[in-house]
Each structure stands twice: as C-alpha cells, then as structure tokens.
Design a protein around this ligand. Structure first.
Ligand code: F6R
Length: 360
C-alpha cells in the first residue's frame, strides 16, 4: 500500500498535487466557492484552535483572514485554549482543525466553546470523527488516509480549505470583487502543477541532506505567513530526524536567538519574493555576517538578488504571494524527510509519537 514508495511519508508528500486537486474540485465549482451554508456577513471574528501541525495551518490562516477578508482572527493551541478563559464574542465563529478529528485537547476545546459562539466549524480529514460530529458544521479536507505520523498532505489540504474560508469571508464582507476573486481562484487551480514542480526539488534536497544530518541545531526563519511555515519546518524536522530545530519570525532573531549562530548552525530561510522579501534578506545577512550556514528557499529572482554567499539555495516556482505558504510546505517536508533518511531514523514511526493523540 506504499505504492512503490519506501515510506508512507514519501508517498503522502508525493500525493499532494492529486489530493489538492481533488479538494479544489470539491470546493470550487463553476468558478464559485462551494461552501453551502457558510456566510460570514454577520461574523465579527474567528477563533482558530488546533494542535501541532494543524495549529500552524491555523496560524497561516490568521494572516489570510486578516489580510484578505479584514476579519479579526485569534489563534491558540488547544491545550492552552481549553484552560484559559477565552473571551468569545457571541457573533464569532470558532474553527477547530484536526487531521484525525480525535485529538483530545482539540475535542475538549470544542466542547469548552459549546454555544458561546454563533457557530463551530470543524476542518477535518476523518469525516466520521468526534470533532466532525460535534461541531455545527464539518468541512472535509479530502486528503485521503494519512498513515505517516508526520502530517504532510493533511497540512496542505487544511491550508487549502482555510484559504477558501478566508476567500469566502472576503467575498461575504464585500472585500473582494468578482474579478479579484476569480483571479485568485484561477491561481489556486494552478497550485497542483506548481506543487509537482516543487516536488522536483527532491534530488537537490537529498544532495544537501547528508550535511544537514550532521547538525546539532537547525533554525528556520520566515516573515508574515512564512513565519508559521518556519515553525512547521522545524517541527517536521525535529519529529522525524530528532535534530533540535526551532522556527523564528525573522525579525525576532536579533532579540535573542542570533546568539546561537555560528558556522555549524544551518539556517533555513523561507523567503518567497513578496512584499517582505527585503526585510527577510536583511535578517539573513545578519546571520551570514556571523558565519551561519544559510539555505535560502526563494524563487529564481529572489535567489538572483540575494543568493550570493549562501551555503545553498533552492529555486521554487514563482507563485502569487497568498499561495506561497501552501507551496513552501513541500520543501519543508522534503528537507525533514531526506535529513531523516540520511540519519537513518524510522520516518513513518518516530519514537515517542502516536498518529492520533487521544490523551491530554
Ligand atoms: C506533526 C503532527 C502533529 C499533529 C497534531 C494534531 O507532524 O502530525 O503535530 O498535527 O498531533 O493532530 P490532529 O491534526 O489529528 O488533531
């Protein structure tokens, strides 16, 4: 059932263009967003709650809800949210994101919200799961069964459904004209093809994995919606390769973590050529000035402009800014996978971890 792949994780990474296209076919029909019964017109804020990788999908979605829809968005990890006393607006919606739909903390957070909000939504992969059943509305991410403990295709499908929710919110709130919406939906339709292209970076990533596998610590940097991608890259790497990794917002580096930098610390910079590129590059140069080993992940024009002096570069396809977080998940996953292979760890069944965390 690994379909010729050595690991479920490799198979699930490779499946992303196909499952993403399935999700897009389901949620975009006749040039319109197909989310029956979802209307954000009277919603005053959204609260997104999840654990682990799913919480990073929520973190990206916060940028989308705010930037595209102008809708305030709060995020929290479920294990904190359920024990805080979150102040919830009765006109808000709470969105719970979970691959398994059984994560104990996320389920408890959903129960904790109860009817204190106008509506609860579940963004889940398993449509028969507890979280799907208990929320007012369940939206499947359509990733297909995910076996590898490290979540890959579920993450990009979660992102896709959350993006469509943010676009729907923008439309319902009069923030997005018909033309702008159809331009964005067309761009989304090109995403599976761009993902195929990004998967083609596997050989280049394999070639640098041996050196990454020697590292004690690896840092990931990103700004804006690439900040949660940096967090996700670090989580994926630590969980399957057991190398200590941290993700930081590029601008936070000089507030402490830069003290970690020396010539043995690889620093992976996720920097699509968006409005924040120059800022991220200046943080990257601070790392290089302290002899950090930088891997710059950008598109060709970004690498042309800023790649000099980097240890390595990876040239991604050009992509509209709002889609970069989905596409840049691919090199993050491949870096973790190939580094783990180089270290010889058990990729599909990492130590101490379970696929579904049903205890708190
Ligand atoms: C990381 C990973 C975990 C899960 C988290 C939530 O690769 O898989 O961080 O994302 O345990 O699980 P779900 O999405 O099933 O609620």
């Amino acid at each position: 059932e690994k379909a010729g792949y050595k690991h479920f994780m490799a198979k699930e990474i490779a499946e992303q263009p196909v499952v993403l296209a399935d999700a897009l076919r389901h949620y975009i029909q006749n040039g319109r967003i197909n989310l029956p019964g979802v209307d954000f017109a009277a919603v005053d804020r959204v609260t997104l709650v999840a654990c682990g990788t799913a919480s990073y999908a929520c973190h990206v979605a916060k940028y989308w809800f705010e930037q595209i829809a102008g809708l305030p968005a709060d995020i929290d990890i479920a294990s904190e949210f359920r024990y805080r006393e979150p102040v919830l607006s009765p006109a808000s919606w709470a969105i719970f994101v979970s691959q398994s739909g059984e994560t104990a903390d996320t389920l408890a957070a959903l129960r904790h919200v109860g009817d204190k909000v106008a509506r609860t939504l579940a963004v889940v992969n398993v449509p028969t799961s507890s979280i799907a059943r208990e929320a007012n509305l369940a939206l499947p991410i359509l990733a297909g069964v995910e076996v590898g403990v490290a979540s890959t295709k579920a993450f990009t499908c979660q992102l896709t459904v959350l993006l469509l929710l943010a676009l729907k919110a923008a439309q319902d709130r009069g923030r997005l004209g018909a033309e702008d919406l159809s331009r964005r939906l067309d761009a989304l339709a090109s995403l599976p093809g761009l993902m195929n292209h990004a998967l083609g970076l596997a050989a280049a990533i394999r070639a640098m994995a041996g050196e990454l596998a020697e590292a004690q610590d690896i840092l990931f940097l990103g700004r804006g919606p690439m900040y949660p991608l940096a967090l996700e890259g670090a989580l994926k790497l630590k969980e399957i390769s057991y190398i200590h990794a941290e993700g930081y917002a590029s601008g936070e580096l000089k507030h402490g973590p830069i003290a970690l930098i020396d010539n043995r610390v690889p620093v992976i910079v996720m920097a699509p050529r968006d409005g924040l590129f120059d800022k991220t590059v200046s943080n990257m140069q601070e790392v290089m000035a302290r002899h950090g080993k930088v891997l710059l992940i950008s598109d060709l024009s970004g690498i042309d402009e800023a790649g000099a002096g980097c240890w390595e570069t990876l040239a991604m396809p050009e992509v509209p800014d709002f889609l970069a977080p989905i596409l840049y998940a691919v090199p993050a996953q491949l870096l973790a996978y190939h580094t783990a292979i180089a270290k010889g760890t058990d990729v599909d069944q990492p130590r101490n971890l379970a696929k579904s965390v049903t205890v708190e």
